[in-house]
Design a protein around this ligand. Structure first.
Ligand code: NA7
Length: 548
């Protein structure tokens, strides 16, 4: 731990000024910034390595769906220049290497305790400190807790009956073993068709003896058009990186439209599918292929327009997949484009034309149970050696509700969030003093490109902690009224969007998990507006927070 003095504290019995939970992208950057500001920081991380998402999700095909040159930090121009990306959309190994490079380059490892998950965190009102209990039985006391726990980090796996009787191997894409899984020539089953499943399926098909895909909901996925980054493309971006970063920091989604970002045909606000002719739609299919479903301005807000765009998507599925019954199952139905995060793929639909790939449409042929030999559906047993769950996450709130997180008066966050997460701009929660979250519920969340988004959030939190320390404060807490007002604003901003359409179930709104409250805790007003608000809160002396 660096730093000699405990800043803003008179209590020398503290183990740290700040405990950061998580050594993913946000935890690493928060450690760097907060220790540079003189705080004594300890990072606790459950994994055996740094990288968070990019440590755990090492399944075949794992890849970022944001261009590498934008999905990287901009805080250090030297780092930007020295790091070379090899592809427009970096694969997991490359991003994991990048984050390890950051840990080494800024000498962060000495303050990170790996294989040290947090089991409980309890606010001690008598001393205004947090007591952290780790899964390894240690206890630490710190003034502040910064939750860098990620929005997609609490793995979700359905509890299929008989799973523990399976004689083969059960793995999860989000908990993929570091030493790999034997896949060559084996009979593999995979459950789930979100980004993880869609990325893994084409890769698995190439090595499997046979691959069976168990599908509950058909995916909207578009060809990623990933390709190697040429030296020229990279040099062109690096030459104007400052300007591009400035664009990212000031934009609604932290994007800068570098060459790699112009992958999709973007919706034209003046092009309306509702008033289009069949000939115009046919021409759009010929010109744009799958992206013909994305070019219409009215499809983002109007469900009838959206359904017409979906029909163009279905037509492309039918043109791509040879077996009409399989094609029909792979056609999304009953939910709009824009409800779930768009998926980018690498030959996903074409994979279903391979002789070693079959699809079980769980809508027509549901799972009955897992048996030692495989999975029994209504129609019979699918024999398997490996069963892979790509079934997503208890998103946004799950990483925190899985911790025994107790605030004032012994209240438990899991109970407080039983009807959905409530927080003030994602930064803090009423009743949980001295706790900050990075990209928490009520922020712009995963919608804005993470690294620049993290930089803005961590910068704001670090300034706030600096302000508290400089003024000798030891207690900060969100005011309930400020939290209520912000939650109402988040709700209002989401009205009429496809994310909250009645037919939309997704991890964004909790609809992916049985029994989870249906709340959409992401601010759709854009990162630019969000940060302007955050800055005005800071300028007002942190209105909305009680400080003492
Ligand atoms: P997602 O996008 O939540 O996808 C999970 C998939 O697993 C999805 O197709 C689910 O179907 C399916 N699922 C979940 N539970 C079940 C059960 N019980 N039975 C069958 N199928 C099930 O998670 P990903 O990991 O793919 O991606 C998450 C984000 O990571 C992604 O958006 C990117 O931002 C990166 P459903 O659609 O819920 O019916």
């Amino acid at each position: 731990m660096r730093g000699e003095a405990i800043v803003g504290s008179t209590n020398s019995t503290l183990d740290a000024d700040i405990v950061i939970v998580g050594a993913g992208m946000s935890g690493l950057y928060a450690l760097k910034v907060l220790s540079e500001r003189g705080f004594r920081v300890v990072v606790l991380e459950r994994a055996a390595g740094v990288g968070g998402t990019w440590y755990w999700n090492r399944y075949p095909g794992a890849r970022c769906d944001i261009p590498s040159l934008e999905y990287s930090f901009g805080f250090d121009p030297e780092l930007e220049q020295e790091w070379d990306w090899t592809e427009h959309f970096a694969g997991q190994p490359e991003i994991e290497r990048y984050l390890n490079h950051i840990a080494d380059r800024y000498d962060l490892r000495r303050d990170i305790r790996l294989e040290t998950g947090v089991a409980a965190a309890t606010f001690d009102e008598a001393t205004d400190t947090w007591v952290i209990d780790t899964e390894t039985g240690e206890q630490l006391r710190a003034r502040y807790c910064v939750m860098a726990t990620g929005g997609l980090s609490a793995p979700h796996r359905p509890d299929w009956p008989g799973l523990d009787t399976f004689a083969g191997e059960v793995v999860q894409t989000s908990l993929w073993p570091e030493d790999g899984v034997e896949l060559e020539g084996r009979r593999i089953g995979i459950v789930g068709n979100g980004s993880s499943g869609v990325q893994a399926i084409p890769e698995l098909a190439q090595v499997a003896g046979h691959l069976t895909v168990f599908q509950r909901t058909a995916a909207f996925t578009w060809p990623s058009q990933n390709k190697p980054l040429t030296d020229e493309e990279q040099a062109e971006v690096k030459a104007r990186y400052r300007e591009l970063r400035a664009q990212q920091y000031a934009s609604p989604l932290a994007t800068a439209n570098t060459s790699g970002a112009v992958i999709f045909t973007v919706a034209d606000p003046d092009r309306h599918i509702l008033s289009s002719t069949p000939e115009e739609r046919e021409a759009a299919l010929d010109e744009h292929g799958f992206s013909a479903s994305r070019i219409w301005g009215d499809a983002a807000k109007d469900l009838d327009a959206n359904e017409m765009a979906v029909e163009l998507f279905r037509e492309m599925v039918r043109r791509t997949v040879h077996d009409p019954e399989v094609a029909d199952s792979l056609c999304p139905k009953d939910y709009p484009i824009g409800c779930k995060r768009p998926v980018l793929d690498n030959g996903y639909f074409e994979t279903f034309n391979r002789p070693n790939v079959s699809l079980v449409d769980l809508g027509k042929d549901p799972v009955v149970e897992v048996v030692p030999d495989g999975v029994r559906t209504m129609k019979g047993v699918v024999e398997l050696d490996v069963l892979i769950f790509a079934t997503g996450f208890d998103a946004v709130s799950g990483a925190l509700t899985r911790i025994e997180l107790r605030g004032r008066d012994g209240r438990l966050l899991r109970d407080d969030w039983a009807d959905g997460p409530r927080a003030f701009m994602g930064f803090g929660v009423a009743g949980y003093p001295n706790m900050f979250m990075i990209i928490g519920p009520g922020s712009v969340g995963v919608l804005a490109t993470y690294p620049p988004h993290i930089e803005l959030q961590v910068g704001w939190i670090a300034d706030f902690l600096g302000h508290l320390a400089a003024n000798g404060h030891t207690h900060v807490e969100v005011e309930p009224a400020a939290q209520d007002e912000w939650c109402a604003e988040v709700e209002a901003a989401a009205q009429g969007s496809m994310f909250t359409a009645p037919t939309c179930n997704s991890w964004y709104n909790g609809g992916n998990i049985d029994g989870k409250a249906r709340v959409f805790p992401i601010y759709l007003g854009g990162l630019d507006r969000f940060m302007a608000r955050a800055r005005s809160i800071a300028a007002s002396g942190y209105e909305g927070f009680t400080i003492r």
